[in-house]
Write a new protein. Structure first.
Length: 341
């Protein structure tokens, strides 16, 4: 969210100290521009408040049925996608309704496929991104529900999202698209079900997550690392990644790059997931032996001392990691840190 806010940062105003016949006019224009930005910010805040309020209002089921019917018609689909995505959190039965209603899943998949031509070359617009992300939000709803999750996997629907995870454009529409697509996979792994891990290991989700962990935005990196963490926490997932040196070294290399970047640009939330991935890898005997040689120095010294001062959980994980590897660290001998454990 912070990246989105920065994208709307005010432009530099003209220097008031410059002596020019147009200085007064420039200053007045700048004030008007600042007022316009302020009004736009207020309007956005009002819209967000209205959207939040609409989510909490009682839902008319007949209206929900009507919106689902509207998904079948291209002319009314965009509005129905928007309304249903806003209401998904207050409609626990929405996922079964979407899955079992005639033609609905086909309509959602059509929204996904229609975007493929504008991702290569990258010409996706903000409006197109918003529309397909509303469809993805409904797919996430289906992926999260225990009644529809197994069928969702059986239909291999997550594979339709992978082309979005392959994109590399840094523009906001593409970042929003990748983040929402990751959210669908994140909703699947959050259930800690063996069926989900078994399915994902037959796909290319691990290299896709590693690519995003290396070059995505902070928020996308966080979700991608969370997905990898959940795969590692499963015994089958840990065995799969540690089965060959190539798989382990790829994961280890990306995690090391992330640690080095986090040392320059700290993010406690992202660091938590990175440390948890390392700790889980240390549970595997072969990976543990390799980590003794390649664990980043920043995790051994006091680099993250200040970043972790209020995060007892991550400090505990890091301490356990170093203990598993038989590494002594000056970080954990620091009295400031030990007093908070």
């Amino acid at each position: 969210m912070s990246n989105q806010v920065n994208a709307f940062a005010h432009p530099k105003f003209p220097n008031r100290s410059m002596s020019s016949p147009t200085t007064g006019l420039s200053t007045e224009a700048s004030r008007e521009q600042a007022q316009q930005h302020q009004q736009q910010a207020q309007q956005q805040a009002q819209q967000q408040a209205q959207q939040q309020a609409s989510r909490s209002l009682p839902v008319n089921k007949e209206q929900v049925y009507s919106w689902i019917q509207e998904l079948l018609h291209p002319d009314t689909r965009e509005h129905a996608l928007m309304e249903l995505s806003k209401k998904r959190e207050v409609l626990p039965e929405l996922a079964p309704l979407l899955w079992h209603s005639f033609g609905t899943m086909a309509a959602l998949l059509q929204e996904i496929v229609l975007v493929y031509p504008v991702i290569h070359p990258p010409t996706l617009t903000a409006q197109q991104s918003n529309r397909v992300c509303n469809a993805l939000a409904l797919l996430q709803c289906v992926a999260s529900h225990p009644e529809t999750r197994s069928s969702f996997l059986g239909a291999h629907i997550p594979l339709f999202l992978y082309p979005f995870l392959h994109t590399v454009s840094k523009s906001r529409p593409f970042e929003y698209l990748r983040l929402t697509s990751l959210g669908v996979v994140g909703a699947l792994v959050k259930t800690d079900e063996q069926e989900v891990i078994n399915f994902l290991l037959t796909t290319e989700i691990i290299p896709l997550c590693l690519r995003i962990m290396e070059s995505g935005s902070e928020l996308s990196k966080t979700v991608a690392t969370f997905i990898l963490q959940k795969i590692l926490l499963d015994e089958t997932g840990l065995s799969y990644i540690c089965q060959t040196f190539e798989r382990f070294s790829h994961v280890s290399m990306i995690l090391e790059k992330m640690v080095k970047l986090l040392a320059k640009e700290p993010s406690t939330r992202l660091l938590k997931h990175v440390v948890r991935c390392y700790l889980r890898l240390s549970d595997n005997p072969r990976a543990r032996e390799a980590l003794r040689q390649c664990l980043p120095e920043q995790l051994k010294d006091a680099t993250f001392l200040s970043a972790l001062k209020d995060d007892g959980t991550t400090k505990k994980w890091l301490s356990q990691l170093l203990q598993n590897l038989g590494i002594e660290s000056c970080t954990f001998s620091d009295p400031r840190l030990n007093s908070q454990q």
